[in-house]
Design a protein around this ligand. Structure first.
Ligand code: GUN
Length: 294
């Protein structure tokens, strides 16, 4: 079998187009232009690239972005004061603090300082807590997990009763995507570096979400024939044959797994573009929440 490729660029473009139309309609109706504040602390080159892409995507859909950069030496109080100013700014409907923060900063305290109505990353403990509770709904769902779910919904008729395995337990992806899968009535197993027999657990998956941050860890014999594989990993590996001397790979050994899987997301061009598209959708939602309060 050769897997169907789940094209994140195409699906993300559809989501962004819908956001763009909704933003244009808002503006036509005299409502506020949605505004996203990005907060970058320090000079992590990958974070700089991500923030630049997010701001570019904003411009393309008509969302106004406001970039804030603090030095790597910024104190906890300085970062939290900035967040509080942004909480109070009516032009801003979403606040994105790019992670990871420099190690001297307490990221949970920073994320907890963001107003839950502007928590477009969905990382505020109240939003995550609501995601985990039956009968409660978060105001925002974290972008990468939300994007992975859109890709699954486009690929499978239903997730109800499906055996889903999440490889990785991070706050940003593994845990929230597992919670979303439970909400979609999948039967969910979370496994990680301390689990016994990772290949065996993964082989039981109808849907496998790889989010461990280990280049090409998931091999062909870890995957059940026909399974849907969502690769969240973005890892740069050295490759003397690549033009830059390095290239991006996922957590899945793509070429060999594509021979057995039913469907698979590529890296790059898979989950990555979805993350940004969902951020645009969440920022639009932030503006809609502000309308409802006005
Ligand atoms: N770092 C890696 N992924 C993310 C994300 O989705 N949001 C933020 N703010 N930082 C990240």
């Amino acid at each position: 079998m050769t897997a169907k490729i789940i094209d994140g660029k195409v699906i993300a473009a559809e989501v962004r187009e819908k956001v763009k139309e909704a933003v244009a309609e808002r503006v036509k109706a005299g409502k506020q232009v949605p505004g996203l504040a990005t907060v970058l602390v320090g000079e992590n080159p990958a974070s700089q690239v991500y923030v630049r892409s997010k701001r570019k995507a904003c411009a393309e859909v008509g969302i106004e972005s406001f970039g804030f950069e603090l030095p790597a030496t910024a104190t906890q109080q300085e970062v939290e004061s900035l967040v509080k100013e942004l909480n109070a700014d009516p032009k801003i409907h979403g606040i994105l603090v790019q992670l990871p923060l420099p190690s001297h900063l307490d990221d949970q305290a920073v994320l907890g300082a963001i107003s839950i109505e502007k928590d477009v990353d969905g990382f505020h403990p109240l939003n995550i807590g609501r995601l985990a509770m039956k009968g409660r709904d978060p105001l925002f769902v974290p972008c990468t997990p939300a994007g992975a779910m859109v890709m699954l919904e486009k690929t499978l008729p239903t997730l109800a009763g499906v055996n889903a395995v999440v490889l990785g337990r991070s706050n940003i992806v593994g845990m929230p995507v597992a919670l979303l899968l439970i909400r979609a009535n999948a039967t969910v197993t979370i496994c990680h570096s301390r689990s016994n027999d990772l290949p065996g657990i993964c082989r039981g998956a109808d849907v496998l979400i790889a989010a461990v941050g280990r280049p090409e860890m998931v091999k062909r014999d870890w995957v059940k024939p026909g399974a849907v594989v969502i690769d969240v990993g973005i890892n740069r590996i050295e490759d003397p044959n690549a033009p830059k001397g390095s290239r991006l790979v996922g957590d899945v050994a793509y070429d060999e797994v594509a021979e057995v899987a039913g469907a698979i997301t590529p890296v790059p061009g898979g989950v990555g573009p979805m993350t940004i598209a969902m951020l645009m959708q969440n920022t639009l939602r932030g503006a809609e929440l502000a309308d409802a309060k006005a």
